[in-house]
Design a protein around this ligand. Structure first.
Ligand code: FE2
Length: 277
């Protein structure tokens, strides 16, 4: 049986890679995604890759790690009911989960391949969120498809462009990994809000800012993320910007130029290699 409903895949083809797009999946009840299996995965992973944060943050500053949190494997095994957010980062380091990620991307290959080429740097994240948990406004410089496994979530996605995301914030991400964004109530009406229940999945475009709120039941989601040749070039070109400014040349801005910055990317890689960046 397919993991992704083949009838829903053409809907994604009409949206990928620039706009959020939905598909349906059959992962609910999958042996790797129940609470017991996830608790075992948490035990098998390095502690640094199992993060627990508060569930009621209103902004990135408040989205802090829970001090003295109960062992995450125990809270996961108990059904993720605590008002907090737990993430299993880089789940692909466990072979069974890596196989699952690759199987999912394999079923989406007819959509992804023709538009952005074979996925690279495939990573997986599992989010176990207590009722009402809020993930503040932020962005991730990767393509992402979020599979909702248990409970409901509202996922609000925004265009990766000003005023939601500006060039300085993109550069800070590639320089220091900062990905939290300032939120203003004026943004509320501008996002595309998707209500996701078990069996729903949402593709999120590269670098699209978003916030997420779990519903009134414990929530489990699986995110599969990847890069393509162009997104890697964008990252390399963004790293070159500070040097270009220093010598009086214009920086590269992905929101203004959509074609791939191959020459700047090559220069960025060379600059990095020789220690200029
Ligand atoms: Fe995110």
């Amino acid at each position: 049986m397919s993991l992704i409903d083949p009838l829903s895949v053409p809907q994604l083809a009409a949206r990928y890679p620039r706009a959020p797009g939905r598909v349906r999946h059959t992962l609910t009840g999958h042996r790797l995604l129940g609470y017991d299996a996830l608790a075992e995965a948490a035990r098998a992973m390095p502690p640094a890759h199992v993060e627990t944060r508060v569930g009621n943050a209103v902004d990135g500053e408040g989205f802090r790690k829970v001090e003295g949190a109960a062992p995450p494997d125990e809270t996961i095994a108990a059904g993720g009911t605590l008002p907090q957010w737990t993430m299993l980062r880089y789940i692909e380091q466990l072979p069974a989960y890596r196989a699952l990620l690759m199987e999912l991307l394999g079923e989406l290959a007819p959509v992804i391949g023709p538009a952005t080429g074979a996925p690279r740097d495939v990573k997986g994240f599992i989010f176990i969120s207590g009722p009402g948990t809020h993930t503040p406004f932020h962005f991730d410089a990767e393509y992402n498809i979020l599979f909702q496994i248990a409970g409901d979530k509202i996922f609000a996605a925004y265009p990766p462009a000003p005023p939601f995301l500006d060039l300085a914030q993109r550069e800070a991400y590639h320089r220091a990994g900062e990905n939290m964004l300032d939120w203003t109530p004026d943004f509320a009406a501008a996002g595309e809000q998707h209500l996701l229940g078990p069996g729903d999945a949402l593709f999120v475009p590269h670098a699209a800012p978003h916030w997420v709120r779990a519903g009134d039941q414990p929530s489990v989601s699986l995110s599969v993320t990847w890069q393509c040749r162009t997104s890697r070039a964008v990252a390399d070109a963004l790293r070159l910007n500070p040097l270009l400014r220093r010598v009086g040349l214009p920086p590269f801005d992905p929101a203004r130029r959509r074609s791939a910055p191959w020459v700047r990317a090559a220069a960025g890689r060379v600059g990095h290699r020789v220690g200029l960046l």
